[in-house]
Design a protein around this ligand. Sequence first.
Ligand code: CIR
Length: 258
Amino acid sequence: MKSLDAGSVRCALVRPVPDSYDRCIRTNREKIDVALARRQHDEYCRALQKLGLSLTWIRGDNALPDSCFVEDTAVVFGEKAVICNMRVKSRANEVVEVAKVMGELKETYRIKPPATIDGGDVLIVEDRVFVGISARTNLHAVTQLKKVLEDSRMNVVPVNVHKVLHLKSACTYLGNEVVILSKGCFDTNVLQGLGKIIVPRGEEYAADCLAVNETVLIAKGHAETRKLVEKEGFRVEELEMSEFRKGDGALTCLSIIL
Ligand code: CIR
């Protein structure tokens, strides 16, 4: 099966930056500029469109400060979509609108308690599905995902995650069997057989890249990482992500690629 994170993709779900975004869950105290976050989100959306994706918008909701991080609400596996059960209470209702839209597009399944999962913990690499066991995602979710995918060729592999919010904060798939990662956050032996780009120290944030139709979007200001990705033969575009970084989010978090 071809990867859903890379290769040829046509549509992305996105959700507007809410007025309340500066009250999102986060681990730093830097002031968030919501208007600037909106401009960066616009640039992000424009970049996806330029790379050939059409956008499907989820209705915005100012009562959900983290709702622009739509990746965490659902995961798509070909014609199936799994709606997440999000552990953090203030985010749990984000799935309501996403489930409505997804129900029109895909055969949907729900992750149910006691399982909790955020989409940012699910890294799909061809027929392997790595699931970060993190502060947000537990082993019950792995069991339920395995059930959803039991009639597919996909192999679900749990991976303990440390130091970062989600597995994809530390590792993303670029396509052509190459992943990019920052060391020290999970056991990289699980990635056996794959090409690996290790982000240099100080550029850890750049490990969350978004590969779309042969182009890799990376966060602006990571020159060494850019060189490494280009050396592997990928075309690279940079996007300013300062306001999403302050909210502990990165490039993959702002969309669900279908
Ligand atoms: C949160 O803590 O849930 C949000 N402020 C950030 C979520 C980022 N999402 C992602 O990495 N997939």
